[in-house]
Design a binder for this molecule. Sequence first.
Ligand code: GLA
Length: 691
Amino acid sequence: MTRTLELEGIAFGGDYNPEQWPREVWEEDVRLMRQAGVNFITVSVFSWPLLEPEEGRFDFGWLDDVIELLHVNGIAVDLATATATPPAWLIRKYPEILPVTADGTHLEFGSRQAYCFSSPIFRDYALRLTRAMAERYGKHPAVRLWHVSNEYGDHVSRCWCDASAVHFRSWLRGKYGSIGALNEAWGTSCWGQHYLDFDAIEPPRESTGPVNSTQRLDFERFSSDAMLELFTAEVAALREVTPELPVTTNFMSILHDLDYFAFADAEDIVTDDAYPDPADPGAHIDASLNYALMRGAKGGAPWLLLEQSASAVSWRDVNVPKAPGVMRLDSYQALAHGADGIMYFQWRAAKFGPEKFHAAILGHRGEASRTFVECSALGAELQQLGALKGSRVVADVAMLLDWDAKWALAAPDSLPTNRLSWIGQARDWHRATFKLGVTVDLVRAGADWSGYKVLLVPNLYLATPELAAQLEAFAAAGGTVVVGAFSGVVDRNDHVHPGGAPGPLRPLLGVEVDEVWPLPDGQSGQVLMDGVRYEVHTVSEWLDAVDARTVAGYSGGELDGRPAVTNRQHGDGGAWYVSGALADAGMLTLMRRILDESGVPVRDGAGPDVEVVVRRGADASFSFVLNRGTTALDVAVPAGAAVLVGDAAASGAVPGSGGLRRLPARGVLVVTHDHSDVVRVVAESARLQAV
Ligand code: GLA
C-alpha cells in the first residue's frame, strides 16, 4: 500500500515544543506561523512525561488543544509518537532500562533518549503509548504523518547492558542456528575463543586487547537490527489503528550506525535532519552526498528535510551562525536534491535547557529576529513551488553504499591502517564529482542500476560473490565501474578471500593485490598519470595488473613503477581500479577522465561553489543553480523556460524568453523548462559551458 503525505504544496515548518511555553504564547505562535507561511508542524517529540505523567494515566488535554489550534489555522501536523524520551518515573521504577557503555558505565537519566533499545520493558511501555497516541489522534484531520521516536541512534546507538546481551544471543541463535556455525564464522580457533553454547557469549565489551572482529561486525549488524525491530514494532502498532497514515522516522544524514536502507524499507517517507556546519567551507559538498542517500534510500523518491537550523546549532564546540542567505541556499540545496519539504528544529527558540542557544525560526528577539525575517521570506517563495513536488533528481552517476562493508572496515584495530573509512573515501571521490558539476545518487546492492552510466565504489572491503556478479553484469551491459583501494578483501564473516584481494572482484578488475602498503600519518606517496605526479595518502598497494591495462603507476618509494590505477574493458563497459587514496588533484584528474570516457558531461569553470541539479517531473524539468561563491554568475536560461525563483533582474532577458540571467553571490535560480533543455552556468571569468 502506498501511503503519501497529503499536504498542499511544499512542506514548510518545524519542531514545535508548546509544552515549554505558557498557553498565551501559543496563540502568538500560530499567528506568526501563518505569517511565515508555515503549513506543517512537528509536535510531541519529547512529550512522553507530560502525556503520561504517571504510569497508565494519560493526559492528552494540552495536546488536544495544540493540535486543534494548529488545525483551525490550516496547519497540518507531523505527530511524534513521543517515545524518544522515557519519563523519570519509568526509569526510577526500572533503572535497567538505562543504557550501558562498552566499558560498563551505566548512563544516568538527565538528558534525553536514555533507554536501551533492546529493553523489553521499555518496548512494552513505548508500544502502549504509541497505541494510545494512534487511538487518540489517528483520525484527526490535521494529522498527516507519524513521526516515530526521534533520530534512532542519536546519543545511544550501541548498548552493552544485560538486556542487550540476551537480545544479542537470541539474534545470534537466529542467524547461526548452531554454536558450531558461530565458532566457524567467528574464527574462534584463533586466540582460544571457542564457545560451547550461546549463553556463554557476551556483546563485545572492553577486553584485554583487540576483540574478535567478526563478533564486533555481528554486533554492529545486531544493533542496527535491534533498533529497526523497535521501530517496526511501533510502526505495526500505528498501522493497526491508522493503516492509511504514512510513517517516518527522522534520519541523521549518513549515520554510521544504522542501516538506513533497511529503515527506509520499513517506512513510507524518508526524512532527514541536516546540520551542515556554517564554519566548514566544504559542508555543502558533504550535504549533497547526504541528500543522495535520502533519495537513494527509497529508489529516488522525494523525501523531506525534517530538521535543519535556521542559523547556529548549540551542540558543536563553537556554534557559528549561518550568514545571511546561507540558510536559504541550504534549503534550496535540499529541494534541488529531491526534498519536497523544508522544516527546522525548531519553531521558537528555547528559553532554557541545553538548546537555549540553538537558532529557531522565531529567535529570542521574536518577529524582529533575522531568522524569522529570512525564514518567512523563504516560506513565501516556497508557496510558488508546488509544481516541484514529486519530481525526481536526474543523475548519470551512482555511488555504492553497503552498510556491511562500511561496518567491517570500521573495526577500531587489527587492520593494515585504521585511517581508512568508507565515508572518508566516499567524500573524497564525491568531492571530485561535485567539482566537476556531476550529480551522484547513492545506491545499494541489489538495486536497479541500469539507468546509470558510471557506478563509483570508493571502497568495498567486504565483498560477496553476489555483489561482485552484479557489478560484473553492470560493466557487461556497458556501464563503467570504478573500485577503490582495499576492496574485495574479506567475505561476509570478515575472513580473507582465498587468494587475497580483490577476491570475488578479481574477474571484474583483472588485478591482484599482493600486499597493502598503508602510508604513515603525515606521509604521502606519488602516482604518475599522463606525465604528471599526484599525491596519494593513507593507503597504497603492491598491485599486479594481470588482465588489466595500467593507466597510472606509482612513482618513487618501494612501489616505484608498479601499477596504481588500472582499467579492464568488458564489451562496451569497463572497470577501473584505484589502488591508492588519491589526494584531491589526482582524484579530480582521474574522475574527469573516467567521466569523459563514459559519456558523462562535466562542467568546468564555475568552481566548487556552484551547484546545478536537475529534477524531472511528469510534464517539465526543474533546474536549480546555487551560487555559494563571492562573485556573480551569468546563467544562460533556455528560451521558453520560466524562472520560478531568481534573485537578479534578467540581464538582457525577459522572464519566459530565455537569455542570460545574472545570479549574485549566494543567489539561487530555479527554472522550469522542457525536459530537453538545459541551463548553462558560467562563472563571470570563465568560458560558457553547457551543463
Ligand atoms: C536533533 C534532534 C532535535 C534537536 C536538534 C538540534 O536533530 O532531533 O531534537 O535536538 O538535533 O540540532
